[in-house]
Design a protein around this ligand. Structure first.
Ligand code: SME
Length: 172
């Protein structure tokens, strides 16, 4: 038994194969959706997702949210992992690019991403998913890994669907 949901054991920090990661995520998703059923408070949803996605995505060293707190600014929200930057200007970094464009940022090698912010210089790859309403990004889900190429399109697609549903009726 992991924190709150049932998953096969996997060591924190390991990079499983893409097939193993997708199977693990597919096992977790119905359980995560069941836990979040009916919850509308954005911080409650963010906190619970940070916890349960951290348990599911063992390749992550940072798993959590940045929230839109101004036209040009993100501030850190609920997360698990190493200490993150407290504030991010929308002009900077992978999270900033996601918040500006409202598009998923799947970055297999952060050293090749112009303007990447090294909050933790062990980060090698990153996935950022926007949470948007009517085109306006209200928050982003940020996942960082010390492994290169630690996130696949299949995982990204599933996380887009999860956060789309989880925050559909949320109060920010
Ligand atoms: N690497 C991110 C910054 C956030 S933290 O590392 C948690 C970026 O470039 O947006």
């Amino acid at each position: 038994m992991s924190e709150g949901i049932l998953l096969p054991p996997a060591a924190r920090g390991d990079l499983l194969s893409v097939a193993e990661r997708v199977a693990r995520l597919d096992a977790a998703l119905p359980q995560i959706r069941a836990v979040l059923e009916g919850e509308r408070d954005a911080v409650a949803i963010e906190s619970t997702l940070a916890c349960l996605l951290w348990e599911t995505l063992v390749q992550t060293s940072w798993c959590g949210f940045y929230r839109r707190v101004g036209e040009r600014t993100l501030a850190v929200g609920p997360y698990q992992g190493t200490m993150g930057c407290l504030r991010i200007d929308l002009a900077r970094g992978v999270c900033g690019a996601c918040a500006r464009t409202a598009e998923v940022q799947l970055v297999p090698d952060v050293s090749l991403f112009p303007g990447h912010i090294a909050c933790d210089d062990r980060t090698r790859s990153e996935l950022v998913v926007p949470i948007a309403r009517e085109g306006l990004v209200l928050a982003v889900l940020d996942l960082d890994s010390p492994h290169l190429d630690a996130f696949s399109r299949a995982e990204a697609d599933r996380l887009v669907a999860l956060v789309g549903d989880a925050f559909a009726n949320a109060t920010f």
